[in-house]
Design a protein around this ligand. Structure first.
Ligand SMILES: [Mg+2]
Length: 306
């Protein structure tokens, strides 16, 4: 029996899984509505995030080489569902023996959201404002995406998670301005700036018309951040369905919204009834709990007198 209360880390990962599973189901069906009796499954967004958690716990640190080996092994065992083109290319190269620093896809086609969708665990361990930790975050992104936009989108998700963690008031407190002002000139920043001009309660369709809803990192990441700002005002199950109705890369956009909402609002905000429909729900909870315990131990260790 689990006697701990789930932490915001578990809420982040579990809410992300709920968004992913609802969005994955809707992706092919072109409707945001998911019939209540249908079981749900997680996809690559959650699978790669959980694999990241497991690698960190097993290795006792964030280690790109260890993580890349874990990804390659899971890929060879055909565990991942719904992989994008860049991640597939990278995992294939890794499985064929490429070095992790060279495996990531390059060029404009590598500007997808595949690094952003799996970055959440790192936000609880690495402070991107410290150069060495930011470099490690960049290295982890580079395993699959050798592309600045893909990295800057992931960096923005990590910064957003750190800003709102246990602080729901920060969801509506100039979140997009905070993130945009920390970025160099790039398309992710342009999209954040464009969305920042919209009122917080503007219809999500209006935001989607500005950013787009595709798997391009400068579309889906800013849109997810814009939508996540309203998580404190709406039931999360309703917000996720609103986001999914926008169409496009529904699983990743909803997963990112779920992660940010979960980190800010904690376990109490989760539509657990949706979670319980996920086939892999107990695996999600166990991995998230094990990772959360690791982060707690790390934090305690760093506070211990030397
Ligand atoms: Mg997916």
């Amino acid at each position: 029996m689990n006697l701990r209360n789930p932490t915001e880390i578990e809420a982040c990962l579990a809410a992300g899984a709920i968004g992913d599973a609802l969005g994955s189901h809707a992706e092919g069906s072109r409707v945001g509505w998911v019939p209540a009796e249908i079981p749900l499954e997680i996809s690559d967004d959650t699978q790669l995030s959980l694999a990241t958690c497991m690698s960190i716990v097993q290795r006792g640190a964030v280690d790109p080489e260890h993580l890349a080996a874990r990804f390659a092994e899971d890929y060879q065992q055909r565990r991942y569902r719904g992989l994008g083109a860049s991640t597939t290319k990278a995992l294939l190269d890794l499985a064929n023996g490429a070095h992790w620093s060279q495996s990531g896809c390059r060029g404009e086609r590598a500007a997808g959201n595949g690094a952003a969708m799996r970055v959440a665990p790192l936000a609880f361990l690495l402070d991107p404002e410290r150069p060495a930790e930011r470099q490690l975050l960049s290295d982890v992104c580079r395993i699959t995406h050798h592309n600045d936009e893909a990295y800057l989108g992931a960096l923005s998700i990590a910064r957003a998670l750190r800003r709102v963690r246990c602080s729901p008031q920060h969801l509506e407190d100039a979140l997009l301005e905070h993130l945009a002002s920390a970025l160099p000139d790039c398309r992710v920043r342009d999209a954040l700036r464009a969305l920042e001009r919209l009122p917080l309660d503007a219809p999500l369709q209006e935001a989607a018309a500005i950013s787009g809803t595709s798997g391009f990192v400068a579309a889906s990441v800013p849109l997810a951040l814009f939508a996540a700002q309203r998580a404190a005002r709406l039931e999360l199950g309703v917000l996720l369905r609103d986001v999914i109705t926008l169409g496009g890369d529904t699983d990743t956009i909803a997963a990112l919204v779920g992660q940010i909402a979960g980190a800010a609002l904690g376990w109490g905000a989760l539509p657990v009834e949706d979670g319980e429909r996920i086939v892999e729900w107990s695996e999600v909870l166990e991995t998230a709990a094990s990772f959360a315990r690791f982060v707690e131990r790390r934090l305690r260790g760093s506070r211990a007198p030397s």
